[in-house]
Design a binder for this molecule. Structure first.
Ligand SMILES: C[S@@+](CC[C@H](N)C(=O)[O-])C[C@H]1O[C@@H](n2cnc3c(N)ncnc32)[C@H](O)[C@@H]1O
Length: 229
């Protein structure tokens, strides 16, 4: 299934970005706000995805079509690395190594995003935290960059705000963790600027502010490449 709600590919002046493992589009929306024409790919149907969407296997899609995009973002599922899954003795395939190989083969600049527990699998990742973007949550996400691209994260803010107790509504001055069956979906939507998302999408998402920051650096990088070509 493929649907588009923005410009058809190549009709505008926006560079093309592939949002692999896109879920409900937290990462994709940030790149859209930074000026990219975004296409998301996910193995599951994603009726809430707000941009162009293709349902399919992400590695296959990158191998077949990755070269046709100006920039590729990939957020493979993090279950393999999460503590809960390890405690339950579940095993999941390592997607990061074959993903990196597929991304390198495209010759395009790229980013792999994941949770902190995946740090041993990632090469020199950069960390972004919601506190640096004015949100009332702390949410560390790691970003490995490649294809000649890198970016500078904003300065990390110390975690000084008290955290709301898990499962309880946030009190004045508290920060919340949007994990598990967190309460206050409306508040989380407003805080992370993801008004179209369900709780499931919010739990999984990269806040758009992170990828808007990366996307601006990516646009500058692509402009530099165009000038030197
Ligand atoms: C952590 S979520 C991505 C979150 C997203 N980047 C965001 O910011 O909203 C991972 C997504 O990968 C999808 N997925 C898992 N295996 C996949 C595969 N082999 N190919 C494509 N998508 C896959 C899942 O359906 C899920 O939506």
């Amino acid at each position: 299934m493929t649907h588009r709600t923005d410009n058809p590919r190549g009709s505008g002046h926006r560079p093309l970005l592939l949002d692999a493992f896109c879920c409900q589009g937290g990462a994709g929306m940030g790149y859209h706000r930074a000026g990219f024409d975004v296409t998301g790919v996910d193995i599951a149907a994603q009726p809430r995805y707000p941009l162009g969407f293709h349902q399919g296997e992400a590695l296959d899609f990158i191998r077949a079509f990755g070269e046709g995009f100006d920039f590729i973002h990939a957020s493979p599922p993090c279950q393999r690395y999460s503590r809960a899954q390890k405690i339950q003795g579940r095993t999941h395939p390592d997607l990061i190594a074959p993903l990196r190989e597929a991304l390198e083969a495209t010759g395009r600049p790229w980013v792999i995003e994941n949770v902190e527990e995946a740090a041993p699998e990632l090469r020199d990742p950069l960390t972004l935290c919601a506190g640096a973007f004015g949100m009332r949550t702390y949410r560390h996400r790691l970003f490995e960059t490649g294809g000649g691209f890198t970016f500078t994260p904003p300065a990390h803010q110390a975690h000084t705000a008290p955290l709301a107790k898990m499962g309880r509504p946030r009190r004045a001055g508290e920060f919340a963790h949007y994990v598990g069956n967190f309460p206050g979906v409306a508040e989380a939507r407003a805080d992370m600027r993801v008004p179209w998302m369900s709780r499931d999408g919010i739990r999984e998402c990269v806040p758009p502010a992170y990828t808007e920051h990366i996307g601006r650096a990516a646009r500058a990088f692509l402009n530099t490449q165009a000038v030197s070509a």
